[in-house]
Write a protein that binds this ligand. Structure first.
Ligand SMILES: CCCCC/C=C\C/C=C\C/C=C\C/C=C\CCCC(=O)SCCNC(=O)CCNC(=O)[C@H](O)C(C)(C)COP(=O)(O)OP(=O)(O)OC[C@H]1O[C@@H](n2cnc3c(N)ncnc32)[C@H](O)[C@@H]1OP(=O)(O)O
Length: 172
């Protein structure tokens, strides 16, 4: 599955908390490819409230984690979050159009390092880094039937691993 610049990233699966259109409790993130990364707009509301009028930090972290999962789709690399670190620089207000962006900054062997931000009117509210570790498709298929789309579509389409084993062409 090749995703061109500006094209929408398909959901990881229909019921994904971050990007699944079918999940009634989900964030319904809609990402687009931006270079070798992804961007998305997101408006949080009272369902996502922590302190009055402000987003719960865990929701913001989940959104960024899911964007990192969108970067994996651009790269064609199945991987999972091993470590996620979030810097909350300013409160995230409800009812604002937030811009989220994420990219892979480096890869080596099975490891991919991610960086992402949340901005509100061009000011960074939140910044995250993450370590993802590449896994085989059995990581997913051993817990659920993943034969249907989009996972089913992805099976067999993993990019040929690059010499360092990452498979993530275009990342450092
Ligand atoms: C066919 C094409 C497919 C294209 C599809 C593309 C994308 C779709 C793929 C996935 C998306 C699916 C759904 C997305 C949903 C949401 C997106 C957000 C992502 C998530 O929501 S995902 C859920 C949360 N996530 C987990 O549920 C992981 C649970 N966990 C494990 O499954 C294991 O823990 C694992 C696999 C991580 C490692 O286990 P393991 O046995 O395979 O490997 P091992 O432990 O040897 O680690 C290898 C090297 O990573 C280093 N390392 C490991 N962990 C570290 C840590 N915490 N800190 C620092 N370094 C760490 C080691 O030190 C070693 O480093 P070294 O090689 O240098 O020694």
């Amino acid at each position: 599955m090749t995703i061109r610049e500006g094209q929408s990233i398909p959901p990881h699966q229909d019921n994904c908390f971050g990007c699944g259109p079918r999940n009634p409790a989900g964030l319904h993130l809609r990402m687009q490819r931006n270079g070798m990364g992804v961007v998305a707009d997101l408006v949080l509301d009272e369902r996502h409230e922590g302190a009055p009028g402000l987003a719960h930090g865990g929701v913001v972290a989940a959104a960024l984690d899911d964007l990192f999962g969108g970067v994996l789709v651009v790269l064609g690399v199945p991987a999972v979050t091993a470590n996620l670190s979030v810097d909350y620089r300013a409160p995230v207000r409800l009812g604002r159009t937030l811009t989220l962006s994420a990219t892979c900054t480096r890869s080596a062997g099975r490891k991919l390092w991610m960086h992402g931000t949340v901005t509100d009117a061009n000011a960074i509210t939140t910044e995250a880094t993450a370590l993802f570790v590449r896994v085989g498709l059995e990581h997913f298929s051993s817990h659920a039937d993943v034969a249907g789309p989009p996972f089913g579509d992805w099976i067999g389409q993993a990019r040929t691993p690059s010499p360092d084993g990452s498979g993530a062409s275009g990342v450092r």
